[in-house]
Design a protein around this ligand. Structure first.
Ligand SMILES: [Zn+2]
Length: 342
């Protein structure tokens, strides 16, 4: 089982100061992988900058130039949440290019699966707008890139926030099924069950808006009852994952209660689907995750699952908060009805 990872120190140069999305996230991940001896078990993939043509598969040319110009002016705030520095345009090109390289390596069979450890993250970036810490939509660009060689791709997004940018990029594209689990209502406000795609793509956006307080069992339940049957029915030739670890209970950006073990189980299910449906072709790209200890341990557990290890270590454990587990029965029923998954 050959598992690849994309990383380059250039990703540390997107300087966001004291912002919650900062270079320490990737530093924590890479040093944890190093300390636990995992780095040597993985195949390194060197990223390259995405070309303007590749970015244009998702983003408007005018928007791309506006980010380049903002960097030339030294950076600054693009909206209330999103900040960039003089180097951020170049780093963002490498983030999109990193997701592309990971996808390329999996598509041509060099490796079985890959994880792009990149920043800035991407899933909030729309075709014409930066938002939610994201400049270019790495996963969406990688998906469009891969569509040159395949017909059906699934993007599974388990970040705690709805990937509005990814949804928008493929809302009218029947070749890409976008499935998102997210806290709702929450930032960015989109991702209701009724948003299902348009035109010939009706039904190829599957939103699973969850109440705060969902933990491992609730995520497992929606994966088994919605993600698995929706993926099987679509028969993807490639699975991409927007891997955001902010549903972890220690993460301060939302109210979910997922543990490291819970993430490992989700990745296990996704890996199983990739093995069953598309020759194991699976590419993950890092989105959120802001408690750096939980983030590093969760990314390590993800690699352990990809490598096929039986024992997954959870050094942080389960939440100590006494949440009443939300009852998802009626939500699951509603989504199954909307998407005809019964
Ligand atoms: Zn997030």
């Amino acid at each position: 089982m050959k598992v690849g990872f994309v990383y380059d120190p250039i990703y540390l140069k997107h300087d966001t100061g004291s912002h919650v999305e900062n270079f320490r996230r990737l530093e924590a991940i890479t040093s944890h992988l190093e300390q636990t001896g995992l780095t040597q078990q993985l195949t390194p993939i060197k990223p390259r900058p995405a070309t303007i043509d590749e970015l244009s598969l998702v983003h408007h040319k005018q928007y791309i130039s506006s980010i380049q110009e903002a960097a030339q002016r030294g950076g600054g705030w693009l909206d209330m949440d999103t900040v960039m520095s003089a180097d951020s345009y170049d780093v963002a090109l490498y983030a999109a290019g990193g997701a592309i390289k990971a996808t390329e390596a999996v598509m041509n069979g060099e490796i079985n699966s890959a994880f792009a450890l990149v920043r800035p993250p991407g899933h909030h970036a729309t075709p014409q707008r930066a938002m939610g810490f994201c400049l270019f939509n790495n996963v969406a660009i990688a998906a469009k890139y891969a569509l040159a060689e395949c017909e059906r791709i699934i993007i599974i997004d388990f970040d705690v926030h709805h990937g509005n940018g990814t949804q928008e990029a493929f809302y009218d594209n029947p070749q890409v099924l976008y499935i998102s689990t997210h806290q709702y209502p929450h930032y960015p406000g989109t991702g209701s069950t009724g948003e299902t795609g348009s035109g010939t793509a009706k039904g190829t956006t599957v939103n699973i808006p969850l109440p705060g307080g969902c933990g491992d069992a609730e995520y497992q339940q929606v994966f088994e009852q919605i993600v698995v049957p929706a993926t099987r029915r679509f028969k993807p030739q490639l699975i991409l994952v927007s891997a955001g670890y902010d549903p972890h209970w220690a993460d301060k950006l939302a109210l979910m209660q997922v543990s490291v073990t819970g993430f490992a189980r989700m990745v296990e299910v996704i890996k199983g689907l990739a093995g069953e449906l598309c020759g194991g072709r699976l590419v993950l790209s890092l989105e959120g995750g802001y408690d750096i200890t939980a983030l590093a341990a969760s990314v390590r557990a993800t690699f352990d699952v990809l490598l096929g290890k039986a024992d997954i270590e959870d050094p942080i454990g389960q939440t100590q908060q006494k949440w009443t587990a939300p009852d998802l029965a009626s939500l699951i029923k509603e989504i199954k009805e909307i998407h005809n998954l019964i």
